[in-house]
Design a protein around this ligand. Structure first.
Ligand code: SAM
Length: 283
């Protein structure tokens, strides 16, 4: 692997801060991430934010096929040239903004055998939105090994009861098992970011342990509860977009066995599921 500094210099490019361009500069860390993702030779990888190909190259050596999504058109030619230079013939570079990319249509149209393995290393604001999209498209996604800024990783791993436990944590816990895969410290990137990163493995379950009758509605309840997370649940729900009258919010919470003065961050996933059922009954 040519170092990011050398590659960028050769192509006369400056990293773009607004695209979170801190490139992995350590090949053994890239190999370790791909190894721990457990990619098998019959699996297809969707890599999000391929950059200069640090993960693309080892992933392509392990997988049947890699689709490498990258939004920065300045990097497309560089990435394709790098893949050729490493004799990689089973990777396709897609010039796409992942936030405008129709993942479900892609899975359908490419007739991908089996479910996708997602690899990604994205800026903070983009990665939370990508997690939501992966949850929505999870029928076609087996697992995602994604690098997050440590602060977000800790939120995704949080248990109920603490400040870190939030909307995305509850949504993920509903349908996936999340575990830490590797810590990647700031000096391993070029340019060096201000914060350390953590790779998490998100394994989507075929069926949730506590299935909701209406998953879309469950996610709206979770969003409403965390929308005003400092308020108690009765007030958060009645003041939310769900427009539940305060008495109905109280009745639904009590029917679900939840004290109305508790806050969203104390609710487990089964409690959220039960609450969504009771609200639907009373609405
Ligand atoms: N995977 C490479 C690595 O590990 O060295 C690059 C990681 S770098 C932190 C993030 C990459 O994501 C950049 O190449 C950036 O241009 C790309 N990116 C940022 N926003 C994106 C988006 N919305 N869609 C697709 N790629 C994006």
């Amino acid at each position: 692997m040519t170092s990011p500094r050398t590659l960028l210099k050769a192509w006369n490019l400056q990293p773009k801060k607004q695209l979170g361009q801190n490139f992995l500069a350590d090949p053994s860390t890239a190999d370790m991430i791909v190894n721990r993702a457990g990619i098998r030779p019959d699996e297809t990888v969707l890599e999000i934010g391929a950059g200069l190909g640090a993960l693309t190259i080892p992933a392509a050596r392990a997988a049947r096929k890699v689709y490498a999504v990258e939004t920065d058109d300045r990097l497309i030619g560089l990435l394709e040239t790098e893949l050729l230079a490493h004799s990689i013939t089973n990777a396709s570079v897609l010039k796409q903004d992942i936030l405008r990319f129709d993942l479900k249509a892609f899975i359908r149209e490419e007739s991908i055998p089996g479910r996708l393995v997602v690899l990604g290393n994205l800026p903070y604001n983009v990665s939370s939105q990508v997690v939501v999209r992966l949850i929505e498209a999870r029928e076609g996604v087996d697992r995602a090994a994604m690098m997050f800024q440590r602060e977000l990783a800790l939120r995704l791993l949080a248990e109920p009861g603490g400040r870190d436990y939030g909307r995305l944590t509850a949504m993920l816990r509903y349908c996936a098992d999340v575990e830490p895969l590797a810590r990647v410290n700031a000096p391993l990137f070029y340019p060096r970011p201000k914060v350390d990163s953590e790779v998490l493995m998100i394994r989507f379950r075929e069926t949730p342990a506590f299935p909701a009758e209406d998953e879309g509605f469950l996610f709206r309840v979770i969003k409403a509860a965390f929308g005003q997370r400092r308020k108690n649940l009765k007030n958060a729900l009645s003041g939310s977009d769900l427009r539940i009258p305060p008495d109905t919010a109280r009745a639904a919470l009590e029917a679900a066995g939840i004290d109305p003065i508790r806050r969203a961050e104390t609710l487990t996933v089964p409690e959220f599921v039960e609450l969504s059922h009771r609200i639907q009954e009373l609405r």
